[in-house]
Ligand binder design. Sequence first.
Ligand SMILES: C[S@@+](CC[C@H](N)C(=O)[O-])C[C@H]1O[C@@H](n2cnc3c(N)ncnc32)[C@H](O)[C@@H]1O
Length: 314
Amino acid sequence: MVAAAATLHTPVLLAEVLEHLRPRPGGLYVDATLGLGGHGEAMLRATDPDGRLIGFEWDREAAGIARHRLASFGDRFRLVEASYADIRAELQRLRVAGIDGLLVDLGVSSLQLDRKERGFSFRGDAPLDMRMDRRRGRTAAELIATLSEEQLADIFYHYGQERQARRIARFLVRARQEHPVATTGRLAEIVAAAVPRRYHPGKIHVATRVFQGLRIAVNRELDNLARLLQDAPDLLTPGGRICIITFHSLEDRMVKRAFAADPAWTVITRRPLSPSADEIRRNPRARSARLRVAERAIRPDGEANEKKRRRIGS
Ligand SMILES: C[S@@+](CC[C@H](N)C(=O)[O-])C[C@H]1O[C@@H](n2cnc3c(N)ncnc32)[C@H](O)[C@@H]1O
């Protein structure tokens, strides 16, 4: 099972994350998007023998795999099965007053994409779900059934960066009047029919951007990131670092602006770091990853010297 977890998702930009996050023994770190625990395991190893990691993961299946994978670290690891958007409240609940580093690795895991029945992929045919946290929220099928043509077009255009957004939304609304659009296969077919042949992209599937847009809407991904960016400066101890890996230009822009706008941050990466050609060859899903790093500024008032009390648990 543990060996399987390592093959289900390859952590992206792992060496770069470790170099910039600088996890060290005795420190307390948060992985806001634990996934299958690839980055998490490396952080725990780097902080041997007593560093601690709190991992947030709202996908039950991924959380189960990560729990099993990281069980050998005992109480150095703690899993929080909640959205990282609630990080402030969750850390308060754990009586954690400050953390030494925060990693956010956005997007979907390979496990989510590869499990056909989760509805993230246009390959094969499955119910159109796309919720990472299946305990709550509306599925992609529900959004398609209930949103207006304009709202759907906006999702495809802004989140999916799909130029044929209006045309696709028009086709979808017509199709749903005949029969609910409830499966990945039917959605992919409708998109393929809506986009004139000459506009079909060469390198990616014609429905890629529509699926991406819907996934971002279903999981409220930009809202969650905005909440985390707002709370993060208060959570990190001075000198602590945040590493954020994005896979979408909208997210990268949000991160860049948040780092630049808040004097609590010292920007470490003026330009985002990208995977090497070698990493992309080994793991093609890494190709659009961008890593930005910032450090919680040390205030001249000596705040850095004040050791904050940290405690996990009761
Ligand atoms: C790219 S994967 C992370 C992979 C991980 N770094 C690894 O090495 O295995 C992103 C993960 O973040 C989770 N995720 C996305 N948004 C989340 C949120 N708001 N709260 C908690 N987990 C979230 C997803 O369910 C997914 O498992």
